[in-house]
Design a binder for this molecule. Sequence first.
Ligand SMILES: CC(C)(COP(=O)(O)OP(=O)(O)OC[C@H]1O[C@@H](n2cnc3c(N)ncnc32)[C@H](O)[C@@H]1OP(=O)(O)O)[C@@H](O)C(=O)NCCC(=O)NCCS
Length: 228
Amino acid sequence: MMTPLVVVGAGGFGRETVELVRAINAVSPRFDLRGFVDDDAALIGGQRVGLSILGPLAWLAEHDDVTVVACVGSPSSIGLRRRVVERLGLPPRRYATLVHPAAVVSPSVALGVGTIIHATSVCTADITIGAHVAMMPGVVLTHDDVVGDFVTFGAGARLAGSVSVGPDAYLGSSAVVRERLEIGATAIVGMGSVVTTSIPAGQVWAGNPARFLRLVGERTAIGSVSAA
Ligand SMILES: CC(C)(COP(=O)(O)OP(=O)(O)OC[C@H]1O[C@@H](n2cnc3c(N)ncnc32)[C@H](O)[C@@H]1OP(=O)(O)O)[C@@H](O)C(=O)NCCC(=O)NCCS
């Protein structure tokens, strides 16, 4: 029997995940893709990648038969995916865990619920990955890495062995992290960065070698701090 699936968020990540589900179904039909839910009123009733926007997130409260994936989040909205999942308040069994058929996830890798692994990503051996983690295409995690809940990896991000990434952290596209380092909770690592030292929680680092840029939530170099 096909599992009914609704994607939360009709932005880029949500649409990419629809294509991931179609790739799974092309190998072996598993999911009945019902559509998106999104709180952007302008989208509701329309279509994206051939699927309907069914309604706002509240739509899910009236449809307890569907499975869900949360596909929201960007470096400018750290913690958003966690807030959405907390707001939905669904039990873990309501979340689908999605691995693209062209990703390699070894049997010794533990995956949390709601985690999404896009095409050509590789998880080698003895890796623990939390719930609602987003791995965009081409991410490589290696032996003994530990990844907290709600972490996001941009396309091509790579961790050497025994790296630990705290909850809600964001690693930009093609960032690389040296072995045995710690990336703190909610930290942001800029695209293309080469991380050679551990990064404390709540900080934005970037460059080669990566250096402190600002605090998460601090919007400009002039130093204004938002409450977001
Ligand atoms: C790190 C990041 C969050 C910083 O954003 P920001 O706070 O708006 O920073 P700004 O663009 O104002 O840049 C501030 C300074 O940092 C530098 N900088 C920004 N990102 C950098 C990066 N990835 N590597 C090196 N330097 C970077 C800028 O050149 C600028 O330097 P300057 O002050 O000497 O002019 C952002 O640049 C980034 O890398 N985001 C991730 C993008 C990504 O991977 N998306 C993937 C989607 S799947």
